[in-house]
Design a protein around this ligand. Structure first.
Ligand SMILES: [Zn+2]
Length: 455
């Protein structure tokens, strides 16, 4: 008798790339049985007509901040709930160089309060730079500053970070040598990763991918290119992917993630929107849509763009500047996995935070037929698990963590939009994290069995 049994579904066998009609028994948070014979459970999920998949792993998202409220530290769960509702069971924050300055404090807060999903984090490099007083993103560090950063980095890696994240487009003054020095410190911790939001996009995208390959090669660390869609889906995706392929052929461990939208999202005050950006993208102010504040939802004019950039630089804006065909080209590439890049400011932001994973199925698998169902699943499960070194996740095998997403492959669909970025998807019936139901009948249950992952 198992605590929970899932019956009648098509179970994903990720290693053999097959769907198999079997039952799964769960006890103690682990997969305790996989059987073609009927098995009995205290609780039973009837998954008839549904896919029983390893829980999705989001290798690239941005966590909800830790806030002080009435003297207590608390995490207001916005994106973490969105993650669970879209079938993500493990997510990785601290990306693009931005994140929590105190890794240990953040992970301990999660351990105390709990989350619906498992959580791991990169050490965010821009945040570390700010922590030692380096607030000018247009300047290189002094060697003293670099030494201080390496100490912080070693401490953070020892405290369990999955790796280091760079947000090079946000710190234009940071020279390649500084990045190599830091990446070498990551290399002192085997299995850890460097994730990098490239230095420039569009016309600068190919050179940026080459720079990341070079850092990876010199420092001898695995390199994860963040959201490659918004780097080269401007007419140079084929060349971008070829550049990644060529680096792999030279033995460089480089891969990428991508979110399934033709628009990116970030803070309007950031260096991304410095002089020359519209010329690079071949667009104008009207391609920028504020995701919050008094101009929310309407295209920018020169006046509103400049006003927000100077007066309200922390406004999240959506930039409709990517070619959607090239986003699909990236997603279909064998070295590219799905990552949401979800970022919510409260409940405002880009719909990818609540829609990225279901959208891959609805839009790129069913509608455009650019990926098979199995390919899409692997890019959300086994592939990121292997990339992160999560040995007990990403596939439904005996003894593995019971992180499971159960969805209808004909009905799964994203509902989040630019006007309602937190609308939950449809077609995802159950989500289990460590054997406990965090989503049942498409609704959050309020249970918080998520664990922090320390590497
Ligand atoms: Zn980024």
């Amino acid at each position: 008798m198992f605590e929970l049994v899932i019956k009648n579904g098509m179970v994903v066998d990720a290693l053999n790339k097959l769907f198999s009609p079997c039952c799964i028994g769960i006890s103690g948070g682990k997969i305790a049985a996989i059987s073609i014979e009927d098995i009995r459970g205290e609780q039973v999920i009837d998954a008839a007509g549904m896919v029983v998949s390893p829980g999705f792993i989001d290798i690239h998202m941005h966590e909800d901040p830790l806030r002080e409220k009435n003297g207590m530290k608390e995490i207001e769960e916005n994106i973490f709930n969105s993650m669970a509702l879209m079938g993500v069971t493990t997510c990785v924050g601290g990306n693009c160089g931005m994140g929590m300055p105190d890794l240990e404090g953040y992970l301990t807060a999660i351990d105390n309060f709990g989350l619906p999903v498992n959580f791991a984090t990169f050490l965010p490099y821009t945040t570390l730079r700010e922590k030692i007083g380096g607030t000018n993103n247009y300047l290189a560090n002094t060697s003293d500053e670099n030494e201080k950063l390496k100490e912080l980095l070693r401490a953070g890696m020892a405290a369990g970070a999955v790796g280091l994240s760079f947000g090079l487009e946000y710190i234009p003054g940071c020279p390649t040598n500084e990045l190599i020095e830091m990446a070498k410190v990551v290399g002192e911790f085997p299995g850890r990763l460097v994730a990098a939001h490239y230095r420039s996009d569009a016309g600068g995208g190919i050179e940026s991918i080459k720079e990341l390959s070079y850092i990876s090669w010199v420092a001898d660390v695995p390199m994860q290119i963040s959201h490659i869609g918004s780097c080269t889906a401007f007419g140079m995706m084929r060349k971008g992917l070829e550049t990644v392929d060529q680096a792999r052929k030279l033995g460089i461990d480089i891969m990428a993630d991508c979110y399934p939208y033709a628009a990116f999202c970030t803070y309007i005050g950031s260096a991304v929107f410095d002089e020359g950006c519209f010329a690079r993208w071949g667009t104008d102010y009207s391609s920028i849509e504020p995701a919050e504040g008094k101009y929310k939802g309407s295209p920018c004019s020169r006046e509103t763009f400049e006003y927000l950039r100077v007066r309200e630089p922390n406004t999240l804006v959506v930039a409709h500047v990517l070619n959607k065909d090239e986003v699909l080209e990236a997603l279909a590439h064998p070295l590219v996995m799905v990552g949401s890049d979800g970022l919510l400011n409260g409940r405002k932001g880009h719909p990818r935070a609540s829609g990225a994973f279901p959208r891959v199925f609805a839009h790129y698998v069913r509608e455009l037929k650019g990926l098979s169902l199995m390919e899409a699943i692997l890019k959300m499960t086994l592939m990121p698990a292997q990339r992160l070194g999560l040995k007990t996740k990403g596939q439904l095998t005996l003894g593995n963590d019971a992180d499971i997403s159960i969805f209808d492959p004909d009905k799964i669909v994203d509902k989040a939009t630019y006007t309602d970025p937190v609308a939950p998807p449809e077609g995802i019936a159950y989500v289990l994290v460590n054997g406990k139901m965090v989503v049942a009948d498409g609704q959050l249950t309020g249970v918080k069995p998520g664990k922090t992952l320390r590497f």
